[in-house]
Design a binder for this molecule. Structure first.
Ligand code: URA
Length: 223
């Protein structure tokens, strides 16, 4: 250290001491890698990766936006739907159309606000004309869903409809067969129930969804 700055430095430290400052925290040590975010241990970083995905050539051409998912990153309850529809593709957010409005009511029916849960889909891109996801698309997109669930670590996952249920349970059984009971899923409890879009067409099955939601509410300890 050049001698010329020692005197003013000493003067400065004496002044600090006189005014009661006796500890000067060291500057954070930068190792070169310490500040870098590991791309797989942070939901924001995962979002960045997902938003760059080009794995499904048809969906890349037809989508307007990739729909990562939204809500509480520390949610105790995560809803998993099938794939974005027209409104979701336009807005970049999950379940914002008619089915989404019903999902909001379903969430509120067990005393939770939409912002308290996390909502996402098996596919992050809209299939054209809302056609069903094809197996290759599910295989391509599934690692993103599994990583989301691993990072959020919810107590309960609710699969909405047969695509989400069959994808997570790796099962060919119908949603009518799979719903109504909990499964163990990588440290979370998984409930499958009917998709809200199905309920809009088949309101007579709302009662069964209510039964499933009451089991989720009890599992979360909310009564
Ligand atoms: N249906 C889904 O499965 N997901 C959405 O985001 C919207 C409708």
């Amino acid at each position: 250290m050049p001698k010329s700055i020692l005197a003013p430095l000493k003067q400065y430290l004496t002044m600090l001491e006189a005014s009661g400052v006796d500890v000067i925290p060291a500057a954070p040590v930068r190792t070169g890698t310490a500040d870098k975010v590991d791309p797989v241990n942070h939901l924001g970083a995962l979002r960045k990766t997902v938003l760059q995905c080009t794995k499904c050539s048809e969906l890349v051409r037809t989508r307007h936006q990739i729909v990562f998912g939204s809500g509480n990153e520390k949610a105790e309850l995560v809803f998993v739907g099938e794939a974005p529809g027209f409104d979701e593709d336009q807005q970049g957010l999950p379940f914002v159309g008619k089915a989404g409005q019903l999902l909001t009511k379903i969430i509120e029916s067990i005393g939770l606000a939409r912002e308290e849960v996390f909502i996402c889909n098996v596919l992050k891109c809209r299939p054209p004309q809302n056609r069903n996801p094809v197996p290759e698309e599910i295989v391509n997109c599934q690692p993103f869903l599994l990583k989301q669930l691993e990072l959020i670590k919810p107590r309960v996952i609710c699969a909405l409809g047969s695509f989400a249920a069959k994808t997570l349970l790796n099962s060919d059984r119908s949603i009518s067969y799979l719903r109504g009971r909990f499964y163990e899923f990588r440290g979370s409890r998984l409930m499958c129930t009917f998709h809200p879009a199905y309920l809009l067409r088949n309101p007579q099955d709302k009662r069964k969804v209510w039964e499933d939601m009451k089991m989720i509410r009890a599992e979360l300890g909310h009564g």
